[in-house]
Design a protein around this ligand. Sequence first.
Ligand SMILES: Nc1nc2c(c(=O)[nH]1)N[C@H]1C(S)=C(S)[C@@H](COP(=O)(O)OP(=O)(O)OC[C@H]3O[C@@H](n4cnc5c(=O)[nH]c(N)nc54)[C@H](O)[C@@H]3O)O[C@H]1N2
Ligand SMILES: Nc1nc2c(c(=O)[nH]1)N[C@H]1C(S)=C(S)[C@@H](COP(=O)(O)OP(=O)(O)OC[C@H]3O[C@@H](n4cnc5c(=O)[nH]c(N)nc54)[C@H](O)[C@@H]3O)O[C@H]1N2
Ligand SMILES: [Mo]
Length: 680
Amino acid sequence: MASAAPVLTLPSVCPLDCPDACSLEVRVEGDRVVEVGGTRVNPVTDGFICAKVRRMPEHVHGPRRVRYPGIREGRKGEGRFRRVSWDEALSLVAGRLSELSRSGQGERILPFYYGGSNGYISHESADVRLFTRLKALRLARTVCAAPSASAVLGLYGKMPGIALPDYELAKLIVLWGVNPSVSGIHLVPYVLEAKKRGAKLVVVDPRRTRLAEHADLHLALRPGTDLPVALSVIRWLFENGHTDEDFLARHTTGAGELRRRAARWSFEEAARESGAPAADIESFARLYAASSPAALRCGWGLERNRNGGSAVAAVLALPAVAGKFGVRAGGYTMSNSKAWDLEARSASGELPPEGLATREVNMNVLGRELLAKGPDRVDLLFVYNCNPLSTMPNQRKVREGLSREDLFTVVFDPVMTDTAMYADVVLPATTFLERDEMSRGYGAMVLQAGKAVIPPVGESRPNHEVFAELARRTGVARPEDPETAAEMKDAILAKSPSGARYRRELAEAGIAHAFPGTSGPVQFVDIFPLTNDRKAHLVPEELDREAPGGLYAFRPDPATPELPLALISPATDRTISSMLGELHEAQVPVELSPADARARGISEGDEVRVYNELGEVRCLARINDALREGVALLPKGIWRQNTLSADGPNALAPDTFTDLGAGACFNDARVQVERIERPS
Ligand SMILES: Nc1nc2c(c(=O)[nH]1)N[C@H]1C(S)=C(S)[C@@H](COP(=O)(O)OP(=O)(O)OC[C@H]3O[C@@H](n4cnc5c(=O)[nH]c(N)nc54)[C@H](O)[C@@H]3O)O[C@H]1N2
Ligand SMILES: Nc1nc2c(c(=O)[nH]1)N[C@H]1C(S)=C(S)[C@@H](COP(=O)(O)OP(=O)(O)OC[C@H]3O[C@@H](n4cnc5c(=O)[nH]c(N)nc54)[C@H](O)[C@@H]3O)O[C@H]1N2
Ligand SMILES: [Mo]
């Protein structure tokens, strides 16, 4: 029977954790989302979006959607819940929160969140207000970008980078530890256009990515060895007169010290550590010295190991040393999130002074924290905007922690994630299509505000509503607190020096630009480092103190003869971190290079065990000739249904810290792979 539901096409904005911040157009029939596509409101979106967000309708209305609050029945991890009212669920949760907070045990409450949907309204706002006033533990949000943010902050004070559209003007593009074909697809057309206009392309990545197929040079280095490669290029630039002395004198500090620290890295030494041929590293150095504008897109693949912070710092020092700034498309792009002087935390309401700050927990050691006894024991875990069982290191420990019978776990999510299966209370969250949001890109330098396109599915509620209600029920709400999305948005804009302009542009065009009227800023012309003296600090003191052995000190590969393979776990085009993973039932194989597979008698489709001292994953094998020898791959964010043993790469990822920023060392996982013999 034909339905009479009206069909509407409504604008929206993608707030998911991706550089591109797409402007969307959503087709809605009655209360259902039926199609999601891109528009040109954000010029970077250019009318197209990724395949995974096109599947939002299935995510919003799918069978794994959490529609009602639930209280656990059965054992932790079984995922059986009894439907309850919001009132019952919230009074239970608020009761536990109040009990701990009022008895001076706020530090037994761990709020646990990351990006989820990256919007300003949905995190670091009403949530932080609630948990700070309850004197709960504080969370160091270090799972991603902590080492790179430390490096950028130290060298350039988070100066924004080259705008994505400017890449088409470059004569040389370097993609370093980044895979835009998957992780930010709107850069790709600009790269291909630049190539068409004669630009050279260099890719630095342990595997031959899709864009590496188009590259003039591909440095297939061993994971974790970017630092010696970058330092050897820096050494060569200094020794062969390819530095811009005038620029170094006027705009930098620490050039002499950087030169000293790079001196030991000949191309041959860098080749020995990285496995990339010395002649190729030298070709790259010569090409970089000779080309302008040279655009360097630094990604996050190189940060996720013991040397990650120093590696990013050395890579980002390249344009300063070689004098590549000062022209459009010359310089670097890392994260552009700091193009905005917007902050939800300070706008969310009055918070206790810093001096009263509670203990901070590093999210990368969630498992350890949940298993701690004594004064540091966590009694209440509140997870939102995050799926830690899939995404945090040392999965076995996280699972053990979540299994603790005396831990009270709340999971607030739109879908029944692997983590939610371990909850005592599940709360249904709206997706971004069911609530108002304001969000910015960290690649595309645009700010957009989106309105709900359908009513909340089931009884789901947006974050800000639930955290405001919990604040009321725990007695920490104040009459002047901004509560609705509109109030939050107003408060955030009101705190920003540029807020009035953003508000006007949002009202007029639905989009605000960080650098209106241009394709983007020119580094060291329009914008300068946001350091105290407006100079680039090539060996910043604070980073030098923090890094073990000092900044730019190389820590060797953790492989052993028993665990020789480096397991990397990059982004895939199926999911965004683990999000949308519920839509993928198929087995996800571990990928091996042909040589490594042959040496182990492994053929395509075999069942294998991938193991190290932390755990063992049983899965299928795929032979991939795009991987260099010695590197294995299992993508990030896979769910329990995707492997034979119901776990993923994080079962093998150590919970050690990067040299800067105490970030995650996912790609320091060293493993062995073995074929599982079938009894015949
Ligand atoms: N489709 C999709 N898009 C995403 C995401 C997603 O999960 N799916 N995630 C989003 C998030 S949260 C982030 S942080 C970004 C991340 O986006 P990217 O920076 O692209 O990050 P990764 O996919 O982790 O890794 C990029 C590349 O680094 C390579 N790599 C691994 N180890 C090393 C190394 O030691 N050195 C070098 N040079 N390369 C190495 C990998 O092979 C991979 O090709 O993407 C965002 N966009
Ligand atoms: N092995 C390995 N692991 C990795 C990485 C890696 O490279 N290798 N990369 C890491 C990186 S880069 C990142 S950023 C982290 C990300 O790790 P997570 O922060 O866990 O990210 P997601 O898997 O996207 O989980 C976000 C969750 O938030 C939910 N959500 C979305 N919108 C809302 C909302 O409005 N409200 C609420 N309450 N919930 C919402 C989604 O449904 C989803 O379950 O993963 C890390 N994990
Ligand atoms: Mo990330």
